[in-house]
Ligand binder design. Structure first.
Ligand code: C2E
Ligand code: MG
Ligand code: MG
Ligand code: MG
Length: 285
């Protein structure tokens, strides 16, 4: 930044900035290796049908088991991966791992359900998107109708030409497409009709204010009404309290993802969760 500012400008030395810069630099170098060294791990958060209590889907969420810094959440390294052009290999690893895990679970009695994987904007734009998805399915043997891809509204809306064609292709293969973090971006209702999506995820920022902010409640109600009339499935994210749960179910939102039921879990704990919910099949396929 001092360089950009030019010779005639003052540069106020900022130790904190230097520290952040160093952290990013060293994390960046580590991240490059992390993907090869198997330091990334997926956690799995159940999506529950509130009317039956059954797990009906699961979202894969990446973490980085850093050798010295501990378990890092995605917010600490996804933006970095995007800057350093590592998001493509990272995203491909996530896709493969998630598909393999779901397929492995089916063999040990987990009922067939959808596994949701987050896609970064750059992944959608990238020429390899379709091939990566197809390879992950072929290698694992997972059925296309068990894979759900989560995209965020801003990216899709900024580049409709690039994305709509690809997403439509994937959807025609039987993959489910979900709009993540709905309500936080700029999508208009008319866009929603044009986009090839099956499902919408109501962002936690609205759910959080149920019982606190009437306008957030109105937005949720309107969103649910819209989903029902457009025939879109809907999931509420970040549900933590009984009050939030009853508001959502009272207004017709059945599928719930949030700490109220479970945090994202490492694979073995997700398996325990399925066992405890009584859903494990006696005769796996
Ligand atoms: P997201 O896709 O919207 O995922 C939901 C986030 O909300 C997760 O955070 C989850 O742990 C958190 N969450 C779920 N229920 C609750 C709740 O009841 N209370 C609270 N406070 N939080 C809840 P996480 O795992 O830290 O992931 C953050 C974001 O990182 C994700 O948001 C997603 O945008 C991104 N991300 C995660 N995994 C991947 C990935 O494999 N690839 C890409 N490109 N992005 C990813
Ligand atoms: Mg998501
Ligand atoms: Mg979300
Ligand atoms: Mg998100």
């Amino acid at each position: 930044q001092a360089k950009d500012a030019g010779k005639n400008c003052y540069y106020i030395y900022d130790v904190e900035k230097d520290h952040q810069r160093y952290e990013r630099f060293s994390l960046g170098a580590d991240l490059r290796k992390a993907i090869q060294k198997d330091e990334l791990v997926l956690y799995y958060q159940p999506q529950i049908d509130a009317s039956t209590g059954e797990v009906v889907g699961v979202e894969a969420l990446v973490r980085w088991q850093h050798p010295t810094a501990g378990l890092l959440p995605p917010d600490r390294f996804i933006p970095l991966a995007e800057e350093l052009d590592l998001i493509i290999p990272l995203g491909e690893w996530v896709l493969r791992e998630a598909c393999q895990q779901m397929q492995a679970w089916s063999k040990v009695g987990v009922p067939r359900m959808k596994i949701a994987v987050n896609l970064a904007g750059q992944q959608i734009a990238h020429e390899r998107l379709i091939r990566s998805v197809e390879e992950a399915l072929e290698e694992s043997g997972l059925r296309a109708d068990q894979l759900e891809l989560e995209v965020t509204e801003n990216f899709v809306i900024r580049q409709p030409e690039v994305t709509v064609g690809k997403l439509t292709y994937l959807r025609e293969k039987g993959i489910t497409l979900a709009m993540d973090d709905f309500g936080t971006g700029y999508s208009s209702l008319s866009y929603l009709k044009k986009l090839p999506i099956d499902k919408l995820k109501i962002d936690r920022s609205f759910v959080k204010d149920i019982g606190v902010d009437r306008s957030d409640e109105s937005i949720i109600k309107a969103t649910l009404a819209m989903c029902h009339s457009l025939g879109l499935e809907v999931v509420a994210e970040g549900v933590e309290t009984t009050e939030q749960l009853s508001f959502l179910t009272d207004n017709g939102c059945q599928i719930i993802q949030g700490y109220y039921y479970s945090k994202p879990l490492p694979p073995s704990e997700f398996m325990d969760f399925i066992c405890d919910s009584g859903q494990l099949l006696a005769e796996p396929e």
